[in-house]
Design a protein around this ligand. Sequence first.
Ligand SMILES: *[C@@H]1O[C@H](CO)[C@@H](O)[C@H](O)[C@H]1NC(C)=O
Ligand SMILES: *[C@@H]1O[C@H](CO)[C@@H](O)[C@H](O)[C@H]1NC(C)=O
Ligand SMILES: *[C@@H]1O[C@H](CO)[C@@H](O)[C@H](O)[C@H]1NC(C)=O
Ligand SMILES: *[C@@H]1O[C@H](CO)[C@@H](O)[C@H](O)[C@H]1NC(C)=O
Ligand SMILES: *[C@@H]1O[C@H](CO)[C@@H](O)[C@H](O)[C@H]1NC(C)=O
Ligand SMILES: *[C@@H]1O[C@H](CO)[C@@H](O)[C@H](O)[C@H]1NC(C)=O
Ligand SMILES: *[C@@H]1O[C@H](CO)[C@@H](O)[C@H](O)[C@H]1NC(C)=O
Ligand SMILES: *[C@@H]1O[C@H](CO)[C@@H](O)[C@H](O)[C@H]1NC(C)=O
Ligand SMILES: *[C@@H]1O[C@H](CO)[C@@H](O)[C@H](O)[C@H]1NC(C)=O
Ligand SMILES: *[C@@H]1O[C@H](CO)[C@@H](O)[C@H](O)[C@H]1NC(C)=O
Ligand SMILES: *[C@@H]1O[C@H](CO)[C@@H](O)[C@H](O)[C@H]1NC(C)=O
Ligand SMILES: CC(=O)N[C@H]1CO[C@H](CO)[C@@H](O)[C@@H]1O
Length: 768
Amino acid sequence: MRLYDVCAVWALWATSLACGVWSTSATGWEAFERAETIDAPVKRATADQAPLYFHLSSGGNENYFFRDNVTAAQVLFTSSNSTTTARRFVTAMPAGNSGALMYFLPLNASVSNATGPPLDVQLVNSSLPLAHTLETWDNVGVKGQMSFSADAQLGVAIIGAVRAMRDYVEGAGLMHEVFNYTLQSYNSTHFRLHRPWINGTKALTVELETSSNLWFNVTPGNNGTYTPPTVEIRLNNSAQPGIAAWKVVCNETSLVGLETEGLFLANTTSNNTALQTALVGLNSGSSLNAQEVSFLTFANKFTAGGWRFLTYFGRDSLIALRLMMPLLQSDAIEAALGAVLERANSTGALCHEETIGDYASFVNIGNNMSELGNTPYYDYKMIDTDLELLPALAHYFVDLPQGKNRSASFLATNATLQNGTYADLLKRNIDYNLARAAPFAQTPNVTNLIGLREGQPVGNWRDSDEGIGYGHYPFDVNSALVPASLRAIEALSLNGLIPANYSQAAGQYATVWENHSASFFQVSVTAANATSRLQTFVSQANLTSSLLTGSGSLQNFSGSTVSANDSASFYALSLFGDGRPVEVMNSDIGWNLFYGTDVDEDFITHVVRALQPYPRGLLTNVGMLVANPAFDSNDTNVYVLNTGSYHGTVVWSWQQALMAAGIARQLKFCNSSVPSVDINPSPSQPPTWCQNTGLVQGLKNAQMNLWQAINGARSEIFTEVWSYTFDNSTEKFGVADLALVSPTGTESDAIQLWSFTFLALNDPTQSL
Ligand SMILES: *[C@@H]1O[C@H](CO)[C@@H](O)[C@H](O)[C@H]1NC(C)=O
Ligand SMILES: *[C@@H]1O[C@H](CO)[C@@H](O)[C@H](O)[C@H]1NC(C)=O
Ligand SMILES: *[C@@H]1O[C@H](CO)[C@@H](O)[C@H](O)[C@H]1NC(C)=O
Ligand SMILES: *[C@@H]1O[C@H](CO)[C@@H](O)[C@H](O)[C@H]1NC(C)=O
Ligand SMILES: *[C@@H]1O[C@H](CO)[C@@H](O)[C@H](O)[C@H]1NC(C)=O
Ligand SMILES: *[C@@H]1O[C@H](CO)[C@@H](O)[C@H](O)[C@H]1NC(C)=O
Ligand SMILES: *[C@@H]1O[C@H](CO)[C@@H](O)[C@H](O)[C@H]1NC(C)=O
Ligand SMILES: *[C@@H]1O[C@H](CO)[C@@H](O)[C@H](O)[C@H]1NC(C)=O
Ligand SMILES: *[C@@H]1O[C@H](CO)[C@@H](O)[C@H](O)[C@H]1NC(C)=O
Ligand SMILES: *[C@@H]1O[C@H](CO)[C@@H](O)[C@H](O)[C@H]1NC(C)=O
Ligand SMILES: *[C@@H]1O[C@H](CO)[C@@H](O)[C@H](O)[C@H]1NC(C)=O
Ligand SMILES: CC(=O)N[C@H]1CO[C@H](CO)[C@@H](O)[C@@H]1O
């Protein structure tokens, strides 16, 4: 789990502070903007005066983030209190997605036998522990000092491509000989590891140099680059730590970061109090969250998250952008939209992940395309990303003040990664999406829904084989994203951004998809079956049947109390190829609320039902789960989608934000005076369900229940994902680190772009 080190961050900018305390009496806004609760924060200096720097303790690592006008890097050291013997040092730079991963081990058994941490390797703290360094051959990077508590030896080192580093840490030690480093130079006071790119043009270098109380005993390997050298780090005086200066440099081109001042709107002159409140501390950078978002965003792309994902991902960019858009400045929004268009393929599909730097050569060789050298490789396997650009782009140019009068110059921009203007690239994506939507619009049957691409087990945000229950047609893509993309084409056409002749087809197609697609996913379970499946589930999942009635694990539950013998009805997670539903209740209905302008009464009823206490619904006292297999007639999903599954009975924070944003948007369609950070023009007619006052009240109650769940794990909301533990005596859930629960132990990210989407929401349980 992530833990902010607010004190460490603030200590840099201010002298006396009251640190790190969450005030329960604080309003939602103060709690979201923790930094704001600190007295008289010193405004962070402007871009060309001071670097962006902050420190977070998270997931067993000390994470340091640094960016200035020369370089950007995330640096990690294994936390002192970690129980692992090997101490890890990681540097990741978005330039070429390159970096270095080194393990340090205790030099001999007597050390690892000692009580207390056998070896501790940490960044040496100072007023600014990291700095940029400029070297020959256009090499730039980051430098600092590290301390060794005891004699150590260098273990595995992966130097160069972050993707090769990921292969090692995620792939149970997978290494590729082609990425071997060389020992470039050494003596007793320094050693330098060098990684020339496969392509031969660029390189990455890591160097450690004696600073005090240590020396190096280096013996080169005896089989060329194949055998690693033996590198011992020896303390002169073992009673004191030894200090080495280190630097990691590369001559890939550094990216230009978006400073908070260039990313977030300053206080607006609009009368939208919800927006003004949300903006407090963002533009000035006095909010730590603003600095975290800033670290992940660049003038030519948004990156997805902490060190393993510090590169372009289409879905992450677009979801984060769409939800945070009301807070962002035009140039920042256009940077993100442009990055997506730049990476479209010639058919109009959008890129999921880019592979750049040294690893691009490796992928091209693997694809028998070595003639491409280090040309970036773009992956188009996902089916949701294609559909997420247009709703974001249309919202910006059609609805938001930031987008007014900006479309002409944006669309006339010449792309830099390929030929064509942004208008050309946009047209390709529009035509691609229309063509893919056409068969179902003509004949709305299962086989005309949009399925995963051939040979791909994944395709939407639930990016794991089991995540969509091994189905073929995901619910979100078909029920929400296709219609949203079609409605966006219609809006762009009606507003003159694209030719007028698009509006009619797009509108007609959208209506068919809206009216028919969700119905294929409808799952109804009789009262008798629902009751018996729930009883079986609580025992299989080691819960108690008392959760099945009343408020479940929530403190209070607004609305009609849950009855133990109701029928159940929800939308399936996905459909198998033959149209059978994967009967797993799930949170993807948030997409429909967030995008739809005419969601029907039946759908809202399903939302109200899904936002009941778990396991009847998705809500726990520590958040909203993204999947609930309790009603599935195939109970293997109880074990496939469990608390250790990446997309199982776990909480993804941004999914909560999406659901909350979606409900707020729908309620505003019924009553335009509802406060809202985002600007969503109401449809000409309120949805018909707005006349059903019982249902409107039901949705309002569901909103309160959702926020009660969100606030139950409020300190987690900016983290990526968490699991739960269940306490049988209190009958409450607790937050659990998914990395510890999960058999694969996927490490959690200290910062993840789309989790910051909570910044653009107001908490209706708090008055503005
Ligand atoms: C970076 O900023 C410093 C001031 O802190 C300035 O002296 C330097 O010229 C800048 N470098 C670049 C490459 O803009
Ligand atoms: C280890 O230390 C970090 C602070 O560096 C702290 O956040 C974390 O809770 C500690 N973990 C344990 C298991 O004590
Ligand atoms: C200490 O190390 C030795 C040699 O590796 C090993 O045999 C012994 O079991 C260790 N003792 C403890 C307490 O870990
Ligand atoms: C080690 O190498 C560095 C860099 O080449 C040099 O400056 C230093 O004098 C050398 N030290 C010794 C002890 O040879
Ligand atoms: C990058 O730096 C390496 C040394 O680390 C050098 O050999 C190489 O020529 C440089 N490449 C460019 C394009 O400057
Ligand atoms: C020496 O390196 C080559 C690859 O360069 C490898 O195939 C061979 O197994 C290595 N020999 C030993 C003894 O490690
Ligand atoms: C933002 O501006 C409005 C007037 O435009 C003002 O009433 C409000 O206090 C300002 N908020 C902040 C946090 O400065
Ligand atoms: C806010 O301003 C808009 C126009 O900018 C106006 O239509 C609306 O009535 C105002 N709302 C309030 C509450 O003053
Ligand atoms: C390096 O990659 C470029 C394409 O980016 C290619 O043209 C060139 O041939 C490659 N060079 C080598 C030595 O592989
Ligand atoms: C673009 O990507 C889509 C989806 O993977 C694929 O169907 C299409 O063939 C690709 N186009 C080209 C020219 O490779
Ligand atoms: C875009 O490129 C075309 C040539 O392909 C050129 O005529 C035009 O001036 C460029 N536009 C901009 C805005 O640079
Ligand atoms: C120096 C170095 O990294 N050597 C590695 C080269 O690749 C082989 C195969 O992956 C490894 O076993 C070596 O350790």
